[in-house]
Write a protein that binds this ligand. Structure first.
Ligand SMILES: Nc1ncnc2c1ncn2[C@@H]1O[C@H](COP(=O)(O)OP(=O)(O)OP(=O)(O)O)[C@@H](O)[C@H]1O
Ligand SMILES: [Mg+2]
Length: 270
């Protein structure tokens, strides 16, 4: 049995594994001088290659901002972010990462398969380096629906298409910002299990933002908790639940203990 004491508190700096993302002393400020909002301050964290990191924290603590920094969508005020040892801009140009948002943002006039192919039509590609869109649709459980239009799908199916689309360029990192936040609980559970399977099959590093404590604990090898005002790291915690994980794991004493611990931490973050 895993006790609260065996929840390993990992050092924010990983020692041996190759790093997918390394954030050092990061400050992000928005707005003009004299009217600045500090979104993140002094954030340092290392994310090992191939890991699954979930991110929790109160609204406005900077979770999306941190993802956006990694994706080169936000100007860094101070400190550094490196993605596989290079600046985010180079990582973006090298298509190291892909983003999945809360809304699937599919093009409504394009079929499922054509939505998945879309990233391959934008920018330069070495054909041998991308995944087969049909295989990806099978991977996300949408075999046979490739010719459907987005409005013919449920919200959960649309999100699966978005995941397939994100994987088509074989990104080394998948950045997911509350991807299942708008779904009903049963669909979300199912997609949680499927995402773990996809993660294990593809070896992609995943950084996944959520407001759900059980979701963060069920999916993550590590939970990165941020606190607000200003946004900073509260804790980077390793979870020792073995994979493959089944949803029934959430009923175990160990899991309940972990989620209670996370809840108590989260209450301190607001
Ligand atoms: N482009 C921007 N311009 C100005 N302020 C911004 C910008 N983006 C984010 N902020 C501010 O930075 C802070 C962090 O925002 P962020 O969206 O990263 O929070 P979050 O943790 O993702 O919140 P939520 O859980 O509500 O999605 C907030 O105070 C927000 O208002
Ligand atoms: Mg956000």
């Amino acid at each position: 049995m895993m006790s609260a004491a065996t929840i390993k508190e990992a050092m924010p700096r990983a020692e041996t594994a190759r790093l997918a993302v390394s954030v050092r002393d990061l400050d992000i400020r928005f707005g003009d001088r004299g009217n600045e909002v500090s979104a993140l301050t002094n954030v340092s964290v290392d994310i090992p290659e191939g890991s699954f990191v979930t991110m929790l924290g109160p609204s406005g603590c900077g979770k999306s901002t941190l993802l956006r920094c990694i994706a080169d969508l936000v100007h860094i005020s101070n400190g550094s972010v490196s993605v596989f040892g290079r600046p985010p801009r180079q990582a973006r140009e090298g298509r190291d990462f892909a983003f999945v948002f809360q809304e699937a943002t599919l093009l409504p006039w394009r079929s499922v398969i054509d939505n998945v192919r879309l990233p391959l039509e934008v920018g330069k590609h070495d054909k041998s380096s991308y995944a087969d869109p049909m295989e990806l649709l099978a991977l996300v459980g949408l075999k046979g629906r490739e010719n459907a239009l987005p409005h013919e799908l449920s919200g959960g199916m649309r999100q699966r298409v978005a995941i397939a689309r994100a994987l088509v360029t074989k990104p080394r990192i998948l950045l997911m910002d509350e991807p299942f936040g708008a779904l009903d609980e049963i669909t979300r559970d199912k997609l949680n299990e499927e995402l773990l399977r996809i993660w294990r099959e593809t070896g992609t590093t995943i950084i996944f933002v959520t407001h759900s404590i059980p979701e963060a604990a069920f999916l993550g090898q590590h939970v990165l908790m941020l606190q607000a005002h200003p946004g900073r790291v509260k804790e980077f915690m390793k979870l020792d639940f073995p994979y493959p994980r089944a949803l029934s794991m959430r009923d175990t004493v160990d899991f309940v203990r972990v989620t209670a611990h996370l809840r108590a931490l989260l209450e301190e973050c607001i």
